[in-house]
Structures are given as structure tokens and as C-alpha cells.
Design a protein around this ligand. Sequence first.
Ligand code: GLN
Length: 230
Amino acid sequence: SGESSEGETYTVGIDTTYPPFEFEEDGEYTGIDIDLINAIADNQGFDIEFSAMDFGGIIPAMQAGQLDVAIAGMSITEDRKEIVDFSDPYFEAGISLVVNEDNNDITSLEDLEGKTVVVKSGTTGADFARENQEEYGFEITQLDDSPAMFQEVSNGNADVLFEDYPVIAYAIAESDLDLKVVGDRLTGDEYGIAVLKGENADLLDQINAGLQELRDSGEYDEILNKYIAE
Ligand code: GLN
């Protein structure tokens, strides 16, 4: 690990209402992303301070110089690569179509004519909705966090939501939301850890080295297995 960063403290942006990746339990941040970045910081010899915010605020906060790192179940996208540099991918995800448990009319995008779709601001789900709105003729409502989005469809205030598969599967299993996933995954993508573009090559190298060390030691699998049933 790099001598130069020994003792450095980096501010890490997180979306704390995004289990199993990041959430609060007994006043502590926990989840896959939290454990991964803590373990990377440990093996690379730097310190971190978490800064919790709505997902949509994370990239703007990086641009404003308020964050050094972001780990937030953030999908690696070409658009984001204009602004941030991503680590090696650490998780495979993708968007699912989610409806109320009692809804048997919607099974695919073809059934969304005139329906209301809720998405979370600044996400790949929101982008996907915008890109497909015209073709399928639905309305879009944007909210700031995932739990609010889940409530809207569970309560029957909206018809559909788009969310990353691992997140919605965990929410359905762990809560009493009246939701179900329908159809195949709509997209496939990978999560990466972000640093502000072009200014953090050393930090990014450390993050990648740390991630590789966790994969090699088996700690990566242990962290995943702690939160996600095999
Ligand atoms: N993976 C999605 C994205 O990158 C959602 C992330 C999130 O809501 N925390 O936009």
C-alpha cells in the first residue's frame, strides 16, 4: 500500500437508504458497500468519513469538491464517466420492473400505456424511464429515495417502479411491502466505486488494489454472503 496516503482521510459519499448495499442499523452505517470500503481503507491504510445524502446529490457533491469517493450501488455508465473515474466493477446488477403484488395486468413495458412509473432522481432507473417513455406512453414521477418509491407502488399511488434487482429483491424479502418483480431484467450493468475524474489516479489505484486483495483473500465473498443469501 502507498506510503503517501498513510493516514489520509477521505470523504466517502453514500446513499444510506439502499439496503443491502448501504443502510443504517442501530445508528451505524452497514451493508455491502460500507463493509467493502471499510475493508479497502483498512488494507490500503487510509481513513474514511462517510457523508450520507440522496443518491441524486452524490455526483454534484463530487463535482463541488465535497466528496473524494462515492460508493452507492452506483452503476458504471458512459455518461458518468465524463465526470468520474470508476474502479474495477464489484457487483453485477440491472433494472427490474416492479408492481403491486395484486397487479396482474402489467408484466412488461408493453403494458405501461397511460400508467404511472416512479423512479429515483439521478439514477439509471430514471434514465431508463426517460429513454422509454415515448415508446411506451407512461407518466414519470421522480422521488429522492428508494423507500419513498417503494411506498408509492405498495400503497397503490403509482403503478410501477424501476429499481436495481438486488435492491428490490432484498426489500421484498426483508419488509412487508406489497410488491413483486415482473418479467426479465430490463438492463444489465455493473457497480463501481467513483472518484472525481482525472484528479485521483493514486487513490483509484489503491481502491482497485484493495478490492483485488479482498477478492483474493475471500473477504469479498464473505461480505456478500453476509447480506445476500446464496
Ligand atoms: N445503480 C443505480 C444507479 O447507479 C441506482 C443507485 C442508487 O439508487 N443508489 O443509478
